[in-house]
Design a protein around this ligand. Structure first.
Ligand code: PHE
Length: 404
C-alpha cells in the first residue's frame, strides 16, 4: 500500500513536470529567439536606463497568499533601492521596474508567463515561483533564454538542478524534512507518526520522503502514509485510516488551503494529536480557515516575525507601514531577500548581461538577509537554519530554531 503510493506519486509528478516543460519548449521554439541562449538584448537597460525585472507567482487561486506576499516583499525591496537612487552599475544609477505575472499556482501557466516576461518585457532577471512544481515548469524557460532566475522559496532540490541560471535563497527539503523530524522526535518526543501528503506536488512528495527517512533514523516509526491530491474536499476516508493507527502526530507536507481543510475534518473525527507541517502552511489564511482546529500545531519555516533580531524587526516595521499593518509572512521575507540579493549581484556585475549576472549571483557570500545569512553554494542553493513555529491565538509563534 505504502510503496504503491510512493511509486504512483512519483510517476504522476514527473509526468506533469514533463508536460509543463514540453509546453515551455513548444513556446520557445515558436518564437524568433530560437533555443540558443542569447543575452544580447535580453535584460538591456531601457531607454530611460531603467532595469526591468520580472516576478511570476500565484497572485490568484488556492495559493494566492504565496504570490501576493512574495510580490509585496519584492515591491518593498524595489521601493527602497529606487529611493536610494537605484542600482548602481559602474557609476551610473538605474531605477528598477517590476513586472509581475500570475501563474494561478498552476505549473501549466509557468512557461507562458516566464516567456512573456523575457521576450515582451525584456526582463534582466526573473524572481519566482513559490511552489516547487511551478518553479520546475518555469525554470527551463529562463535557462533556455539565458536569463537568471531566483526562486525565493521553492525548496525541492530539483528546482536549481534545472540549470546554471537557476538559484534559490532558501534552504532545501532534505534539510526541512530533517528539521521537522528532529523537532517531532526530540522536542515533542513522538514515537509513532502518520503522514498525509499531496501526491501531485513535487514539494509534498519530496518533503514526505525526507521526513520519513529522518524520523525513522531518529528512532521513530511511521505508522501510516496516505496520499491526497490538491483541492480534494473529503479527507475523511484517509483520516479514518490514520485514526485507526493511533499515531501520536500527523505530518502534513501540504499547502495551507488543504491543510486547513484536513485539520477541520480531523478534529471532527475526534483526532486530537498535534499536526506538523512544512513551510507550505505559511499563510494568514491557515488560521482564518482552520480556526481552532489548527491551534497547537507546528510547522517549519524560513523566519518568524516575532524573532527579536534587529534585521527582522526593522523589516516587519517597514512592511507593516507599507501594507496597511499586515504582518509579513515567510514568503514576504523571502521575496524581499531574493530581490535584494539580485540587486547586490547587479551592482557587483556592473551589467545585466545574463552570463555575468549569473556569475555574480553565484558568488553571493554572507549576504545579510531577513531570513538569515545567504551564501550561494555550488548547487546554487542557500544553506540556512529553519525555525519551528507553533500556532497560538491564530498566529505563528517562534518555538525553536534548527541549524543545518
Ligand atoms: N517550499 C514550498 C515549495 O517548494 C513553497 C513555500 C515556501 C510555501 C515558503 C510557503 C512558504 O513548494
Amino acid at each position: 500500500m505504502h510503496a504503491r503510493a510512493n511509486v504512483t506519486s512519483v510517476l504522476s509528478f514527473s509526468r506533469s513536470a514533463l508536460l509543463a516543460a514540453g509546453v515551455a519548449l513548444a513556446v520557445l521554439s515558436g518564437c524568433d529567439r530560437g533555443s540558443t541562449p542569447s543575452t544580447g538584448t535580453t535584460g538591456s537597460t531601457g531607454a530611460a536606463g531603467d532595469i526591468v525585472i520580472g516576478h511570476y507567482g500565484s497572485l490568484t487561486g488556492a495559493e494566492a497568499t504565496f504570490g501576493l506576499s512574495t510580490d509585496n516583499g519584492i515591491r518593498l525591496a524595489v521601493e527602497e533601492i529606487n529611493a536610494a537612487g537605484g542600482v548602481n552599475m559602474g557609476g551610473k544609477s538605474h531605477k528598477i521596474v517590476l513586472k509581475s505575472e500570475d501563474t494561478e499556482g498552476k505549473p501549466e501557466k509557468a512557461g507562458t508567463v516566464v516567456t512573456k516576461l523575457i521576450t515582451a518585457d525584456k526582463v534582466a532577471a526573473v524572481i519566482g515561483e513559490v511552489a516547487s512544481s511551478v518553479t520546475l515548469a518555469g525554470a527551463p524557460v529562463a535557462q533556455q533564454f539565458g536569463v537568471p532566475m531566483i526562486t525565493p522559496s521553492s525548496t525541492n532540490p530539483q528546482c536549481t538542478a534545472v540549470g546554471d541560471m537557476i538559484f534559490r535563497v532558501c534552504f532545501i527539503d532534505p534539510f526541512q524534512g530533517y528539521a521537522c523530524a528532529k523537532f517531532a522526535a526530540s522536542d515533542l518526543k513522538v514515537k509513532q507518526a502518520a503522514i498525509l501528503f499531496d501526491q501531485a506536488s513535487a514539494y509534498s512528495v519530496g518533503l514526505k520522503d525526507e521526513f520519513e527517512k529522518n524520523f525513522t533514523k531518529l528512532g521513530g516509526q511511521i505508522v501510516a502514509v496516505e496520499a491526497y491530491t490538491k483541492g480534494e474536499s473529503n479527507f475523511n476516508p484517509l483520516l479514518t485510516k490514520i485514526r485507526e493507527t493511533g499515531a501520536e502526530l500527523l505530518f502534513i507536507p501540504g499547502y495551507y488551503t488543504d491543510v486547513a481543510n484536513i485539520a477541520l475534518q480531523a478534529r471532527k473525527l475526534g483526532m486530537t494529536m498535534p499536526l506538523l507541517g512544512g513551510d507550505g502552511w505559511d499563510s494568514s489564511d491557515l488560521a482564518k480557515n482552520g480556526g481552532a482546529a489548527i491551534e497547537g500545531s507546528f510547522y517549519s519555516n524560513h523566519y518568524a516575525s516575532d524573532q527579536p533580531t534587529p534585521e527582522i524587526q526593522s523589516f516587519v516595521r517597514k512592511y507593516k507601514e507599507k501594507f496597511g499593518g499586515e504582518t509579513p509572512d515567510g514568503l514576504a521575507a523571502l521575496g524581499y531577500d531574493a530581490a535584494r540579493v539580485l540587486f547586490d549581484a547587479m551592482q557587483r556585475a556592473g551589467t545585466t548581461d545574463g552570463a555575468k549576472l549569473r556569475d555574480a549571483i553565484a558568488s553571493t557570500k554572507d549576504f545579510k538577509g531577513v531570513t538569515g545569512t545567504i551564501s550561494i553554494n555550488e548547487k546554487r542553493d542557500a544553506v540556512k537554519p529553519a525555525v519551528i513555529v507553533e500556532m497560538k491565538g491564530g498566529k505563528p509563534v517562534f518555538r525553536a530554531r534548527v541549524e543545518p
